[in-house]
Ligand binder design. Structure first.
Ligand SMILES: O=C(NCCCCc1cc2ccncc2s1)c1cc(-c2ccc(F)cc2)cc(O)c1O
Ligand SMILES: [Mg+2]
Length: 214
């Protein structure tokens, strides 16, 4: 049978990027997805907003929900301080296998722990399994109807602390209306919308940044 889109994306990285150079891995994926075939990475436009929020937060412990092929894992991990860690959760084993290879190609495997499974099952296990006290930064980029239940789960599991920053992708396209409603009308969050566009297109999309107030 033929290759999959994630497999072709990995091939493009192996062909066009330099091993151990995260920036070249990011560029190789963006170029492939812009000129060859679209894929649901956060992309270069929204990626610049992700970079700026990350630089501001400088998290010691970061969580990503929805790894896909590892593009945003590489974007996040490349900006982490030496002893900081990213835990990224992916549901689809076919995506996870590609993501591991792309993260390793970027030389970031020591900063990233990829865990396979459903966010709803894994979030309650974070403390015991990974010795996490709380997250400083959470990037939400998985099923859009899981943003609210998983945010509530993170709260209930005591995984958010005063100042934790949640950054949610796709709040316009495909859209996460319940999530916007939840964080914008909740006194425990201070939210701000960053307008941008859907990866590799002119379609409107954006990121919602919400600071947990404790
Ligand atoms: O669905 C999207 N992303 C989630 C994939 C779901 C994978 C999951 C990960 C995981 C981990 C743990 N537990 C449960 C889950 S489920 C997504 C879709 C589009 C899009 C936009 C316009 C289109 F026309 C078509 C697609 C753009 C994006 O940036 C996306 O992120
Ligand atoms: Mg997304």
């Amino acid at each position: 049978t033929g290759s999959s889109r994630p497999q072709r994306m990995l091939k493009a990285v192996q062909k066009n990027a330099t091993k151990g150079d995260p920036k070249s891995v990011i560029s190789a994926i963006d170029s492939y997805c812009r000129h060859k075939e679209w894929a649901m990475n956060v992309g270069d436009d929204k990626g610049l907003i992700l970079d700026s929020v990350l630089t501001e937060v400088n998290p010691s412990t970061a969580l990503e929900l929805g790894t896909y092929c590892g593009y945003s894992s590489v974007r996040i991990a490349r900006l982490l301080s030496p002893d900081s860690k990213l835990i990224t959760i992916e549901f689809n084993p076919a995506f996870a296998i590609i993501a591991r290879q792309i993260i390793a190609y970027a030389g970031l495997q020591d900063k990233v722990t990829l865990v396979e499974g459903a966010s709803g099952d894994l979030i309650p296990k974070m403390k015991e399994q990974f010795g996490i006290k709380s997250f400083d930064f959470v990037f939400l980029d998985h099923w859009k109807d899981r943003y609210v239940p998983d945010t509530k789960l993170l709260e209930d599991c005591g995984l958010l602390k005063k100042g934790t920053v949640l950054l949610a992708d796709n709040v316009i396209c495909p859209g996460a209306p319940e999530y916007l409603q939840y964080v914008r009308n909740n006194p425990r969050y201070e939210s701000r919308y960053y307008p941008s566009n859907l990866e590799y297109t002119k379609v409107e999309d954006g990121l919602e940044k919400s600071v947990f107030l404790g």
